[in-house]
Write a protein that binds this ligand. Structure first.
Ligand code: ARG
Length: 461
């Protein structure tokens, strides 16, 4: 097949090279961005007197046809065309003739791919933000129903202090909000037009980069052409943002897996989002959160892959850069379905407050409250209070009961400064509600956090 660049070549490209070199089988995903970029470029060339308005109309009509062919599936994607840029331009020229050949004036595939890919990534930044917010909405909704559902708060996966389930979920709402903000700030930083940088050095044609930037919805025009055609920071940013988001999702997934086990029984995934075993008829497996946890690996891999591709590349464009796309597409597809299924799995999950509350009677969750009581009411220095409480815990262990169920006489026997009012302080719900410091778990504080996330989610863009 004759190549657009074959003028200086005496021999045809080998079919092996065609196969190795081509990006068309994956970069065709960018067809919308490519056509929009070409139309903006043609409009600008016309405005600058480089194309005639007849040529522009014919490009516009031809591009509509090409777009239609792509969207209806009749467009032929041929490996010999190498990439979508050449395939689309070639088809346009076949449809409209001469004017098609003028489209590439003052442009290179280097700035063309930079525009297309950047706009695709920017669009996905926005879409992912919306999907994150949809998950946050579900999480905050569940939290709202469970601000007084007691749950053992843990450190080191050991029972630590009682919290409420809503508070626990809102920790994830906080993570997701930061994730959302990361996508937003990447969008703002990268919404800069590469179009008009041409191959690497700009162009002698009298182009208007601000005009194409405006048509394509960019905030401004890039400053240095050499940097622009080789920069893939915007792609690395979305890969990092997705990785961090996936890391958060994976942590929640891990908790859901634990909580669904017989050891916890805090939640039960709905049948629609659980799977069975081919051999053990009784099993109900949490494949969804397991896959969310597992897919985090490939998303990290995509980030490491592109960082490695970019490392050590001399300026400006190098073909290595063509390797930027598949990993980004894969991470985007992975996060899109992950957010969707996480949302559905959470929405349909049964919460079991009774089991959470039962678990609060294990591990002497109110031990810190006894120490705090000694500090506050008996003026005992905290270190000493800690020691006395340790003895109380040992006694409860010996009696085979939880500290919160200990009789007053037992406590008084450990230290006579302990008075009867201590019992109220040792109750699990009291312990949770006592943590009223800013950002704490007390129900009043949790309700404030819900208001905070509600207002974030309801804010008009
Ligand atoms: N298919 C190429 C890519 O994705 C487009 C840019 C090619 N530029 C070049 N000078 N060979 O990176």
């Amino acid at each position: 097949m004759e190549k657009m660049w074959s003028g200086r070549f005496a021999q045809d490209a080998s079919s092996l090279l065609e196969k190795f070199n081509a990006s068309i089988l994956f970069d065709r995903k960018l067809y919308r961005e490519d056509i929009e970029g070409s139309l903006a470029h043609a409009q600008m060339l016309t405005h600058q007197g480089i194309l005639t308005s007849e040529e522009l109309s014919s490009i516009e009509v031809g591009m509509q046809q090409v777009l239609g062919e792509i969207e209806s599936g009749v467009f032929e994607w041929k490996i010999g065309d190498e990439d979508l840029h050449m395939a689309i331009e070639k088809r346009l020229t076949a449809v409209i003739g001469e004017a098609g050949k003028k489209l590439h004036t003052a442009r290179s595939r280097n700035d063309q791919v930079a525009v297309d890919f950047r706009r695709y990534v920017l669009r996905k930044n926005r879409e992912i933000m919306e999907s994150i917010k949809a998950v946050m909405h579900v999480i905050v909704g569940i939290a709202r129903d469970h601000t007084d559902t007691l749950l053992p708060g843990m450190t080191h996966l050991q029972h630590a202090q009682p919290i409420n389930f809503g508070f626990h979920l809102l920790a994830y709402a906080s993570m997701l909000k930061r994730d959302c903000e990361r996508f937003e700030s990447s969008f703002v930083r990268n919404n800069i037009s590469p179009l008009g940088c041409a191959a690497l050095a700009g162009t002698p044609h009298n182009i208007d980069r601000t005009m194409t930037a405006k048509i394509l919805g960019f905030d401004s025009v890039s400053v240095n052409c050499l940097d622009t055609v080789s920069d893939r920071d915007f792609a690395l940013e979305i890969l990092f943002n997705i990785s961090t988001l996936m890391m958060h999702i994976s942590r929640l997934a891990e908790e859901i897996i634990l909580w669904s086990s017989y050891e916890f029984r805090f939640v039960e995934l709905s049948d629609a989002y659980s799977t069975g075993s081919s051999i053990m008829p009784q099993k109900k497996n949490p494949d969804v959160p397991e896959l969310l946890r597992g897919k985090t690996g490939r998303v990290y891999g995509n980030l490491m892959g592109l960082l490695t591709v970019m490392k050590g590349l001399p300026l400006a464009y190098n073909k290595d850069t063509q390797e930027d796309k598949e990993g980004v597409f894969d991470s985007i597809e992975t996060i899109e379905i992950s957010l969707e299924i996480l949302k559905e799995a959470l929405k349909t999950m049964t919460i079991k407050p009774e089991n959470m509350e039962k678990a609060c009677k294990l591990g002497h969750l109110s031990a810190t409250d006894l120490a705090d009581y000694l500090v506050e009411h008996c003026k005992v220095p905290f270190r000493e209070a800690h020691h006395i409480t340790g003895r109380a815990v040992a006694r409860a262990e010996a009696l085979g009961i939880d500290l919160s169920d200990m009789e007053y006489a037992e406590l008084h026997a450990i230290d006579t400064r302990i008075k009867k009012d201590v019992l109220a302080y040792l109750a699990i719900d009291h312990s949770m509600n006592a943590r009223t410091s800013q950002g704490g778990t007390a129900q009043v504080r949790t309700l404030e956090q819900i208001i905070y996330f509600d207002s974030y989610l309801n804010a008009v863009e």
